[in-house]
Design a protein around this ligand. Structure first.
Ligand SMILES: Cc1cc2nc3c(=O)[nH]c(=O)nc-3n(C[C@H](O)[C@H](O)[C@H](O)COP(=O)(O)OP(=O)(O)OC[C@H]3O[C@@H](n4cnc5c(N)ncnc54)[C@H](O)[C@@H]3O)c2cc1C
Length: 472
């Protein structure tokens, strides 16, 4: 612990939960500023009793205010706050398919962590962490062969919170790491996707200069023989991310073709979605059917129930023995945590995710280590790996980090509940005591419910028969 009880809070990773933590800290800091403004005229930052200067953040819009010693007022007055992130911009991944479709710009769906850190009074360290020493209480960077070793010394912490997300598990399929483009880390995916679009534009412009053929209309494929695709894109992974991405890629490339005035005969694209099991596992059968129909209507080929066993240069090998050629392979399968986490000694579940308790604290590990988002699994309240859960963990995480820093009790958090269609119907019909009610009784908190579209529909249809639904 630093002098006079000042402590170092380190937020590792700029994921959805930490974005919320920083937002909360920034708001709290501003509230303190407002309360003290009459006696502290002229100071622009909320830090109590500290001189300030403008940090000159890149945004240059007045957010870049920080104390001279870099201590963060938002976490709790007098403590140091540091954010470590691999990149300056962090994506709001729910908008990623919209970006891939061309509906959003890069800046629409990315959060500038430099601005946010300034807002919260945090120091930003731009580096990729590769280790945590829980005895020395440091976060370290770079392996033996990394150039970042000299550039970024270990960052010490008194309290650590980890929100570094996950990456699709490409390592388990031979060749996937080498030849496929994983959808995460998203910053790398964004660069690769932009290259893919450029590649398509260049190839289409060369193959089908405007005016060489009439542009094909919507039903063109169905009427005549399919043109040989100029570009074949394979998306591997039949979860929600893969489904959205495949539809987005198809839409975007078709839009590019139309906008370029390139004929369908010479500049068509083919997009395939491949998954080893059923499409959208965990969703009710009628939802899967509807989604499959929609994908096919929109020109995406769906190959389910056949695993990709090997990725070769420009060719996928399937379990059935079939070979699928591709020009670009996008990898969107089940997620895995960063392998280096297993070296930290922090307790993990069998899949390598950090175990946390309902207070978002390492379960069975040091009490000063917290974790949230996809990288963490709470055995008492397990939820799918999804941004909606990471976001909602942010405010309670902020609260608990502040309390922990100040030596005050920390509180449990009950995440919102995802309700499937079948369960929605069942619970509505029976009015049974469900986990929501139990959680309220136990913790005095009302968890909100995230209801899948089909679940919402079913609940709406049957709601009148029971009064048990709340929170949506
Ligand atoms: C195509 C697609 C669409 C999706 N759509 C939705 C949706 O609509 N709704 C939904 O709920 N979920 C959606 N998801 C899932 C969602 O992306 C994740 O659940 C969410 O991003 C998890 O947030 P997180 O806070 O755990 O981490 P992330 O958002 O992944 O953020 C992790 C951050 O930590 C940084 N980082 C990682 N490693 C390090 C390191 N070693 N050192 C320093 N920094 C590091 C990263 O750069 C990143 O900024 C989608 C996913 C994909 C792939």
């Amino acid at each position: 612990m630093g002098p006079l009880g000042r402590r170092d809070l380190v937020l590792l990773g700029g994921g959805h939960s930490h974005v919320e933590v920083l937002r909360v800290f920034g708001q709290l800091a501003r509230q303190r500023l407002q309360r003290n403004s009459s006696s502290r005229q002229g100071l622009e930052t909320p830090l109590e009793g500290k001189p300030v200067r403008k940090s000159g953040g890149a945004a240059g819009d007045g957010w870049g205010e920080q104390s001279e010693d870099g201590s963060g007022g938002g976490a709790s007055a007098g403590h140091h706050l540091t954010l470590i992130s691999r990149g300056r911009f962090t994506p709001y991944s729910g908008m990623l398919p919209g970006w891939a479709s061309g509906f959003y710009s890069y800046s629409d769906c990315h959060i500038d962590l430099q601005r946010l850190a300034s807002y919260a009074g945090a120091r930003l360290v731009l580096a990729e962490a590769t280790g945590i020493d829980t005895l020395a209480r440091t976060v370290s960077f770079g392996g033996d062969d990394s150039k970042t070793v000299a550039a970024q010394p270990p960052v010490p912490y008194d309290v650590l919170s980890i929100d570094i997300g996950i990456t699709p598990g490409s390592a388990v399929v031979p060749g996937a790491d080498e030849h496929a483009t994983p959808v995460k880390p998203i910053d790398r995916f964004v660069r690769q996707y932009e290259k893919l679009l450029e590649r398509y534009r260049a190839a289409a412009a060369a193959a089908a200069p405007p005016g060489t053929q009439a542009s094909g209309g919507a039903g063109r494929d169905a009427q005549g023989p399919r043109p040989v695709p100029l570009l074949q894109v394979c998306v591997v992974g039949g979860g929600a991310g893969g489904v959205e991405l495949a539809a987005a890629v198809r839409y975007r490339l078709e839009e590019e073709r139309r906008r370029g005035g390139w004929s369908m005969e010479r500049a068509s694209v083919a997009v395939s979605l491949l998954c080893r099991g059923a499409l959208l596992p965990g969703h009710p059968p009628h939802v899967r059917r509807l989604v499959r129909q929609l994908l096919i209507q929109r020109g995406v080929e769906v190959r389910s129930g056949d695993a990709v066993t090997e990725v070769r240069s420009r060719e996928l090998l399937l379990y059935s023995g079939e070979r699928v050629p591709y020009d670009e392979c996008l990898w969107c399968t089940e997620a895995s945590p960063a392998p280096w986490l297993s070296q930290t000694g922090l307790p993990t579940d069998p899949e390598g995710f950090l175990c946390i308790n309902e207070k978002l604290q390492s379960e069975g590990g040091p009490s000063e280590v917290f974790a949230a988002g996809d990288v963490a699994t709470c055995s008492s309240n397990p939820r799918p790996k999804a941004g909606v859960f990471a976001v909602r963990q942010g405010p309670p995480l902020a609260q608990n980090l502040r309390s922990f820093l100040d030596g005050e009790p920390i509180r449990p958090f009950v995440p919102q509940v995802t309700v499937s269609a079948s369960r929605a119907v069942q619970e509505c019909r029976t009015g049974e005591l469900n986990p929501l009610t139990a959680a309220v009784a136990e913790n005095g908190q009302v968890p909100e419910r995230t209801i899948q579209p089909a679940g919402a529909l079913a609940a709406l249809r049957t709601r009148g028969k029971s009064g048990c639904w709340a929170g949506f």
